[in-house]
Design a protein around this ligand. Structure first.
Ligand code: THU
Length: 145
């Protein structure tokens, strides 16, 4: 499936990001978490370039290292519902506080970022480049071909 170009619809200026709706979706996702080992539920939600809401929760495993972070489920949900790019992202812990995505998940999000993707962080809204500077991405694979 190829990457979508980010902003769909009528082609005009995109609607402003509804951060409260994103937080609510992240909270709802968090309540589905399967966390018998860490007891640390996480919910993540994102707005896609074409206006969909996608979300995910963490799913742990008795083989601890196989745990799936909430962002893993989110990118799976992104592709299961039509693909495209992530425009805005919000992640919460079990108390509903903003949670910074772990390093691996920043890389997962980077792959599907819209060019101007924004993330809610503990320091306010940041860009993908701010949370994952000098990232490795699909463009680097092209360089050696
Ligand atoms: N976790 C996430 O779901 N996303 C993150 O970005 C950080 C960590 C989960 C994995 C594990 O189930 C729990 O939080 C404790 O590490």
């Amino acid at each position: 499936m190829s990457r979508a170009d980010g902003v769909a619809g009528t082609g005009g200026t995109p609607e402003p990001v509804d951060w409260e709706a994103l937080k609510a979706a992240a909270l709802a996702a968090m309540h589905n978490a399967y966390v018998p080992y860490s007891k640390f539920p996480v919910g993540a939600a994102a707005l896609t370039g074409d206006g969909r809401l996608v979300s995910g929760c963490n799913v742990e495993n008795a083989s601890y290292g196989l745990t799936l972070c909430a962002e893993c489920a989110l990118v799976g949900n992104l592709h299961m519902t039509g693909g495209g790019q992530l425009r805005a992202f919000y992640c919460v812990d079990g108390s509903g506080n903003v949670l910074m995505p772990c390093g691996r998940c920043r890389q997962l999000l980077y792959e599907f970022r819209a060019p101007d993707m924004e993330l809610m962080t503990t320091q306010g809204i940041k860009s993908m480049d701010q949370v994952l500077p000098d990232a490795f991405g699909p463009e680097h694979l092209e360089e050696t071909r």
